[in-house]
Ligand binder design. Sequence first.
Ligand code: HGY
Ligand code: MN
Ligand code: MN
Ligand code: MN
Length: 403
Amino acid sequence: MTGMVTPSGLLAAIEDVGADRRRGGFSRHAFDPAELELREWFVEQAESRGLRVTADRNANLWAWWGEPGDDAIVTGSHLDSVPGGGAFDGPLGVVSALTAVDLLRAKGFVPRRPLAVVVFAEEEGGRFGVPCLGSRLLAGTIDPDRARSLRDPGGVSFAEAMAAAGMRPEHVGRDEEALRRIGKFVELHVEQGRGLVDLDRPVAVASSILAHGRWRFRFSGQGNHAGATLISDRRDPMLPAAQFVLAARRAAAAAEDARATVGRLVPNPGGTNVIASTVDLWLDARSPTDAVTRSVVEELSGLAERFAGEEGCAVEVTEESYGDTVHFQPRLRDELSELLDHAPALPTGAGHDAGILAAEVPTAMLFVRNPTGVSHAPEEFAEADDCTSGAQALARVLEHLSA
Ligand code: HGY
Ligand code: MN
Ligand code: MN
Ligand code: MN
C-alpha cells in the first residue's frame, strides 16, 4: 500500500489519546474526554473520505459511503477500551474499515449497495459495567431504563454522561430503522489469543463466541476497627471474598474449557485500618456452552453462600450481563473463508458487538494475528504487515458482499 495510509499508520495517529500513564496502555471509556476525542477523530477521518457521519439514538456512529439505506454492508467495531487496555482491541477494526474504504476507492470500486462503517458505544463496559451497551441498545436486548440508570464508579449515570456529551438519553432503545439498514455486518478485530500464531496465518474468520456473562457478588459483614476488634468478634466480608477468588479458578479449571475471572474487587470503605463493611467483586465467567457457563456460576454462587455463612456475613448475587454462545452462520463464514484463501475459522473467547448483532442480521468476524496473543493489557500487539493484510482482506470481503 505504497503511499497510502495503513491501519498501523492510523493507529499511530491516535496513540496519545487516552494513554494511561499510571496503568500503562489506554483508558478510553464511553463519553470521557479521550473517547470523545476519538469520536471526533473518526468523524474527521470519515468525512475526509467523503463518508457522511450520523449518530444513532444509542450513541453509535455511522459513516455512510453513499446514501444511508436498507440492506447495507456494514463493518466497524469500537473505540473504547478496558482500563489500561491495548491499542488494537476495537480501534483496529475501525481503522481497518477506513483503510478498506481507501483501498476500494483506489481501485475505482463504487458500492452498488449502501456501505457503512459503524463505531459502537461502550463495547467494553469499562465505565458502566455492561459490555456491548451500544449494540445491545440498538438490538433492544437491554431495557432502556436499566441502561439509562447504569452508573459509573463515580456515580454518574449513563443518561447523565450521554446528556453531558450532547446526546438524548431519553431516546435510547431498539432501533428498527438502524437494524433494517444492516444487510450484513462484518467486524474485523485483533485476535485475542494465539490461534493464528500457531497456524502461522495472518487472518482468520470467526467460528463462534463463548457464552459469557458478568455477575456482581456483594459480601456484607460488619465494618469495624482493624485494631480494636478481636478476631473472634469479626464479620469481615473480605474473607469470603478471598475464598471466592480462589474457588473461581478451581471451578473453571474443573469445568469443560471454562474461564472464570475476578478482575475487579472493591472493599467499602477501603481503609487500611478498617474492616470492610461490604466487598463487591465481579465474576466474568465463560465457556463454549451456556450450560457449562451457567453451571460454573451456580456452583460458585453456592460456595459464596457457604463462605459468607462461615464468617457471619451475607452475600447478594446480581447478574449484570449475559451473552449466549454465538455460532456465526456457517454459510457466510465458509463463503468468507473461501474468499480469503481458506482462512482458518477460529473461536473467540472475547465478546464482541458482532455477537450481539448475530441474533439480528447475518454477521461475520475477521481476526488479525496477534503475536503475543495477549489482550486487555498494554502488551497487545499486531504487526503492521498483518494489519495491512487484515485491511486488504476486509476490502475483499466488503467488495464481495456488495456485489
Ligand atoms: O470482554 C470481552 O470479551 C470484550 O472484549 N468486551
Ligand atoms: Mn475487549
Ligand atoms: Mn473488542
Ligand atoms: Mn467487539
